[in-house]
Design a protein around this ligand. Structure first.
Ligand SMILES: [Ca+2]
Length: 113
């Protein structure tokens, strides 16, 4: 595959000798399967991977909040320890909720753009 030039309309011809193409005969980034990977197709793939990573981070933050709260509600941790770490837990839950809220806000904003 040759590198993209500065011109956004320049096309990249797929490499037919690549082992990844043996089963489908199309490059995985060739979304419309016309045999050429355009800059727009590469950008679409990049956006998809970025939004998937952001979604995984938001899910991890939400899962961490729920798991932490569930552990704190069990008798595994004494009330005294929870009281002494209450300011830490405040910041922890605020940070996790900010991540989830930012994801929700930005994803809603990106769909309206
Ligand atoms: Ca294409």
């Amino acid at each position: 595959m040759k590198p993209l030039g500065k011109n956004s309309s320049e096309l990249v011809v797929m490499d037919n000798n690549n082992e990844n193409n043996m089963s489908t005969n199309f490059h995985p980034d060739d979304l419309d399967q016309d045999g050429k990977v355009t800059r727009n197709e590469l950008e679409a793939r990049s956006k998809l991977e970025r939004s998937t990573a952001q979604m995984k981070i938001a899910i991890a933050a939400l899962t961490a909040m729920v798991t932490t709260m569930a552990v704190l509600l069990t008798p595994l941790i004494s009330d005294e320890r929870i009281r002494s770490l209450s300011s830490v837990f405040d910041m922890y839950f605020l940070a996790c909720a900010s991540i989830v809220g930012a994801y929700m806000g930005f994803s809603a904003w990106m769909t309206k753009r």
